[in-house]
Design a protein around this ligand. Sequence first.
Ligand code: EZ4
Ligand code: CO
Length: 401
Amino acid sequence: MKIVDASVVVASPGRNFVTLRITTDDGVTGLGDATLNGRELAVVSYLRDHVAPLLIGLDPHRIEDTWQLLYRGAYWRRGPVTMAAIAAVDVALWDIKAKVANLPLYQLLGGASRERVRTYGHANGRDLPELFESVRERLDQGYKSIRIQTGVPGLKRVYGVHGEPEVTPDGHPRPLVEDWDTAAYLRHIPTVFEAVRSEFGAELPLLHDAHHRLSPQQAARLGKDLEPYDLFWLEDCTPAENQEGLRLVRSHTTTPLAIGEVFNTIHDFRTLVNEQLIDYVRAAVTHFGGVSPLKKLFDFAAQQQIKTAIHGPEDISPVGMAAAIHLDLAIHNFGIQEYAGYTAATEEVFRHAFTFDDGYLHPGEAPGIGVELDDELAAAYPYVPAYLPVNRLADGTVHDW
Ligand code: EZ4
Ligand code: CO
């Protein structure tokens, strides 16, 4: 069996998605997600110009060898563009292998370790009434665990509470500018969790994403202040390139910690895992080089009683999400899966076997990862230039977003 084609489809059914399709001489096809929010076309070029020509003629069954060839063969290691491109190849090859075996991918990863995959959803609100309404909406949809994000008094726009996109006079989009004040945030968030607990009770698992905005000392204080509200986790409390910074946070609080959605190799987690500084590893299949390296990370994390929580925002395509759900079902140290859901247009472009029911996901029993891309429909949603927001302090200084 040989690879005869590797092509990239860019579609924007509500937001941009980049999908790789690999085709074999037997006519079997596999899909991989290569979406890197705000930098999509860099990965498109990496795949089209540099990777696709190398794949032609290779044996699609040699997944590990192809992964090593792309990772080591580039010489230039790591980074989100490279690792998103390699991820798309890895997942497309797993899709092909599982289709040829006539098995859903999770069966090739060891088979099911559970019946269904627990999820959490996002609740957002500018103020408490809006937030409570959002929580109720998620509960009505079946979610059993909920991430809480709110506005902060005095700030106009904060992560998770969406604003209007901005456009230059010549029509090119600009990143939305949000504003930030760490002191106001640290004062406000514990009052939000107190209110949510008194409205929704002690048992509802609650999460919060600090989105890389705090120093280790500030994160330690927030973790302590949130202890009475029994969080499921506090996410990305610091920009964790400085892994050693988590020692300070960890030594001051028992609030569980989750980190890793912007990481792209196991090396980014080395100190965090070896010293058991976090409780959940949060890398995405799409940004971490695929199912193959993510499984290695999860096995490494398991040795320190660390669980998994694959990144699953709206900007991971249903292809990347499907791969995640197969892995979630198969591994032993699964923790929880983030699942933001998709627009109706996205659901039409990407037909998927995975299901969301009563707050739980299941990958389905279709051979492969169980996703088909409708090219004709995809072509009706061309690429739309778009950026992630940026953050500035009151004096104009850029802050982490
Ligand atoms: O901001 O994926 O936990 N989820 C997140 C996401 C990220 C986006 C960036 O593209 O933090 O919403
Ligand atoms: Co996050």
